[in-house]
Design a protein around this ligand. Structure first.
Ligand code: IVH
Length: 678
């Protein structure tokens, strides 16, 4: 007898999910892609005919759905903790000693170890085996509901299979993008002249924050689970490894490199093994997580403020590799600064292929004692740009070339100047220098400035080379006929670009000020200036004395701003922009009080990974906080990275709130988008 649609759908769903798992998780497909497509198409067709039979766990839900308006907040049943970190073997041994001391025994502990994945932490709740909700870590207590996005990740089952599945099961783990998937996605984006991502972690984070899950569905995300808990006691085994076995049997994705070891010596051996494999893995890791295997011991060890005492992250050193300095080029920036840039024999380090690295200035060249032809060591840690850290002097080849500072601009041939008291060289050509013009245009159009998507460096080069754009205001004179005459520019792209250019006419005042590219006026300063003066007209006529009144504007910046607006060429440019219909929205003067961190004083100490201290300072200021250099009773909160010393100690003794980088980033994610939208 032919099965009814309900039974057939049920069977199709199971088959599709089964083959999904074989393909995406186990890498062992048993049927051809065509056969899989046939099953999937049949499923879609039958569901279309019987919409009342569509279930939330149907694989059809993986294609994504119409965009959400915003993310709902989700309170975690138990806080999502961070991990303490150690950077060397001695500190890891001390971790074991502390555990033993607390547990009051001297027998070796058993640990569950696995690579620390550089991705995004998520919590997924299964109710009666069906994926019910997924959330980000957020600040550890409250995250964002990203169920719509997580459902599109093919290695995450929508329905668990097998026996003894707890009625409510929460699994936590890391969602990430493979290196190969990331590279393919960026190649694709480049070909379409779309935005590319910096690294797999940012790409994964950005993808999970998509409101439109149809976009998420096209991105190569995947996941490893690293912990689980059940709604009722006794529903899960009492050892981590045994829990992992169950999770695997239910169809959840796990890292196959995980290992249960006994004693810290075995742990260290495991860490070395993983470190040796690091570059050959198709995902980014930044260390190993060591967890006490027994849940009873975990319970007995308990936790610190935000970290469990039973787990430790053993962080790998920043990656370093050797390569050769092929040449040094001098690049001209938008303010005319001339920077020596190292051209390197391409090497893969820290998840990206590096072929260039800035040498900053001639003082740095001298400090490194570097010559063209030298073998050098480059380092790349996290999001930090790759850097030459050392020259291998003992391997210097017979033929090397000394790096000589240029006397004339390599682009426009104007004389090169060196400002008093500064290390950098500067092209004196101003706007006649094509490089300065190009860089100003790229900066103007960039995401954090006027946000003109589609106006990237390749296009800017063409526009400048063909003298179609000779200053910032010329952007607003472009038309479809001119654009479609350019290389790689179809009618559709041209129309999109023109729409984006048009949209930029009404940017916010802080963005507009930042976009002008006034020396030393970054995003935070631009915001402060906008908040203080409220309109471009008011700022245009401000004296240096009035400028110094602005928070965080000192005499140097005040001088730069006054000088910029006093320059007749700049006033003419502003007029042209206004004539072209650019009308930066007036800013409510002094809405500082309404900013989320208004009235608060923050201190940043220790090393942060995702952003440097200046960036952290800038975002805090953007959110209305004052950033201080030292901790006092008036400090609201301290952001402490590893290596934090006396400031952290002072904060603790004064009972001032201290947060780590993960919490800080979560807080920014919550507030920053709010500010961005405003
Ligand atoms: S276990 C108490 N295992 O690292 C938290 N975490 O720095 C237990 N992470 O927020 C976490 N890979 O998102 C664990 N194999 C792994 C991990 C891992 C990455 C992340 C996790 C956590 C962060 C802490």
């Amino acid at each position: 007898m032919k099965p009814g649609p309900k039974a057939e759908l049920e069977s199709l769903r199971r088959q599709v999910e089964h083959h999904n798992r074989l393909y995406h998780q186990l890498d062992k497909p048993e049927i051809t892609d065509q056969d899989f497509d046939r099953l999937f198409q049949r499923l879609l067709q039958l569901e279309a005919e019987h919409p009342e039979l569509v279930t939330p766990d149907s694989p059809s839900q993986r294609v994504g759905s119409a965009p959400l308006g915003s993310f709902a907040q989700v309170k975690h049943a138990r806080p999502m903790l961070s991990l303490d970190k150690v950077f060397d073997e001695e500190d890891l041994k001390r971790f074991e000693e502390r555990c033993k001391k607390r547990l009051g025994g001297d027998t070796d502990l058993v640990y569950s170890c696995e690579p620390k994945i550089d991705g995004v932490a998520v919590s997924i709740i299964y109710e009666n085996g069906i994926l019910a909700r997924a959330a980000t870590r957020g600040d550890g207590t409250t995250g964002e509901d990203i169920t719509h996005n997580v459902k599109t990740v093919k290695s995450i089952p929508l329905r668990l299979v097998g026996a003894s599945i707890p009625a409510v099961l929460e699994v936590r783990g890391e969602i990430f993008m493979t290196k190969s998937g990331f590279a393919a996605m960026n190649r694709d984006a480049e070909a379409k002249q779309e935005r590319t991502f910096v690294n797999p972690r940012n790409a994964a984070a950005g993808t999970l924050r998509q409101l439109d899950s149809r976009i998420t569905a096209t991105r190569p995300l995947t996941m490893f689970c690293y912990s689980a808990s059940a709604g009722n006691e006794g529903e899960l085994p009492d050892e981590l490894e045994a829990i992992f076995q169950r999770l695997g049997a239910w169809g959840l994705p796990l890292n196959s490199l995980r290992r249960t070891v006994s004693g810290i010596a075995e742990c260290l051996a495991y860490c070395h093994e993983v470190l040796a494999q690091r570059n050959s893995l198709d995902y980014e890791i930044d260390g190993v997580v060591v967890k006490v295997n027994s849940l009873a011991q975990q319970q007995a060890l308990g936790m610190n403020a935000r970290t469990p005492r039973w787990a430790m992250a053993y962080k790998f050193p920043a990656e370093e590799v050797a390569t050769t300095l092929l040449d040094v080029e001098f690049q001209v920036g938008r303010t005319g600064t001339i920077t020596p840039v190292a051209r390197l024999e391409p090497v893969f380090v820290g998840g990206v292929t590096v072929s260039n690295s800035t040498l900053h200035n001639m003082d740095e060249v001298e400090r490194l004692g570097i010559r063209i032809g030298d073998k050098v060591i480059i380092r790349r840690a996290g999001d930090v740009i790759p850097k030459i850290v050392m020259v291998m002097r003992d391997q210097r080849p017979a033929q090397t070339r000394v790096i000589v500072a240029p006397e004339r601009c390599p682009v426009c041939d104007s004389p090169v100047l060196k400002d008093e008291g500064e290390v950098s060289l500067r092209c004196s050509g101003g706007p006649v220098c094509q490089a300065q013009l190009e860089q100003s245009l790229i900066h103007f159009a960039s995401r954090t400035a006027m946000d003109i998507e589609g106006l990237g460096s390749k296009l800017v080069e063409q526009l400048v080379a063909q003298t179609l754009v000779m200053n910032l205001a010329d952007i607003y004179k472009l038309d479809e006929a001119t654009l479609t005459n350019l290389e790689r520019m179809g009618a559709k792209s041209a129309q999109n670009l023109l729409a984006n250019i048009d949209r930029s006419r009404t940017v916010s005042l802080p963005r507009f000020l930042y976009a002008l590219g006034i020396r030393d006026v970054g995003e935070a300063t631009a915001l402060n200036l906008a908040n203080h003066f409220g309109s471009i007209e008011a700022l245009l006529n401000a004296s240096e004395a009035a400028l110094i009144e602005v928070p965080d504007v000192g005499p140097v910046v005040a001088g730069r701003v006054a000088e910029f607006f006093a320059e007749p060429r700049h006033r003419a440019l502003l007029q042209q922009l206004l004539d072209a219909g650019v009308r930066p929205a007036e800013q409510q003067v002094a809405p500082r009080e309404s900013l989320p961190l208004a009235g608060e004083t923050w201190v940043v100490t220790g090393t942060l990974e995702a952003l440097d201290r200046n960036q952290a300072k800038a975002v805090l200021q953007r959110l209305g906080a004052k950033v201080a250099g030292s901790v006092s009773a008036r400090t609201t909160c301290v952001v402490a990275g590893p290596g934090a010393g006396s400031k952290l100690a002072t904060a603790e003794s004064l009972g001032i709130k201290v947060i780590d980088e993960a919490e800080f980033l979560a807080l920014l994610a919550r507030h920053d988008s709010a500010v961005e939208k405003a």
